[in-house]
Design a protein around this ligand. Structure first.
Ligand code: MN
Length: 239
């Protein structure tokens, strides 16, 4: 049994947590058993729970407080969930200390990068005038823009190197890449779309594979590779 801790959305105004079935079904199909840790659970209890798990999936969500990467809030910063920030930062630190695999999606790549010492561009359209559109107005599974996957990366071993189309729902992006992480995919405008680290197994993507795998089956392979890295999975990556 491979247990995967999964962080979740949280509405701090009505005190409710939620998570799309897309993540749960992808992890189960990949051979893992997801366990949602809501942001209302304290960082201490979350870290205790993580000790019983085999991997950490950081799901998509709102902006990280820029105070965590040494910046003040800029005008186009969007909503901040202080509880989720605290919980995910504690979980990432604990997972890294344990050498636990991490798979980070959208907000996840940004929180991971900040915790490991990198920075985030707070609003692409304000800061990077040459950028393409990264906030799509199209179905969730639509391949909104291309990315180029670098050769000889973990991501290339999973999805293949070269160009692939992905969806895009972010107004922020990794700026300075944290030490210990390497860029494994970029958009045509040069923006970072994926980072990784081989040991401990860490893969972070800026797009939303959980919204795409039903129509574009190759994206389920990301979840399979992750669950396999966590020691489980009866899939093509399990040895
Ligand atoms: Mn994008």
């Amino acid at each position: 049994m491979t247990l995967i801790a999964v962080t979740s959305m949280h509405n701090y105004k009505d005190h409710r947590s939620s998570l799309s079935d897309n993540y749960i079904e992808a992890l189960e199909l990949a051979g893992g058993i997801p366990v949602i840790l809501p942001p209302s659970l304290s960082p201490e209890a979350s870290v205790q729970a993580l000790k019983k798990m085999d991997g950490l999936l950081l799901s998509g969500g709102p902006d990280l407080s820029p105070l965590y990467f040494g910046q003040q809030p800029q005008p186009h910063l969007r909503s901040i969930d202080a509880l989720r920030d605290q919980q995910e930062i504690a979980l990432i630190k604990a997972a890294r200390e344990q050498g636990m695999p991490i798979f980070a999606i959208c907000r996840g790549i940004q929180v991971l990068n900040a915790v490991l010492g990198g920075t985030i561009t707070q609003h692409i359209d304000e800061t990077l005038p040459g950028a393409i559109q990264h906030s799509q107005k199209a179905p969730q599974w639509h391949r909104h823009h291309h990315i180029t996957i670098k050769s000889e990366t973990m991501l290339a071993s999973i999805l293949g190197e070269g160009t692939i189309g992905v969806n895009s729902y972010h107004h922020q992006v990794v700026d300075k890449v944290a030490p210990g992480l390497m860029v494994s995919a970029v958009a045509p405008d040069g923006l970072v779309e994926a980072v990784e680290c081989a040991s401990p197994w860490t893969l972070a993507v800026q797009w939303h594979p959980e919204m795409m795998w039903r129509r574009h089956g190759e994206f389920l392979r990301l979840f399979e590779a992750f669950v396999t890295a966590c020691g489980g999975g009866d899939n093509e990556y399990a040895s």
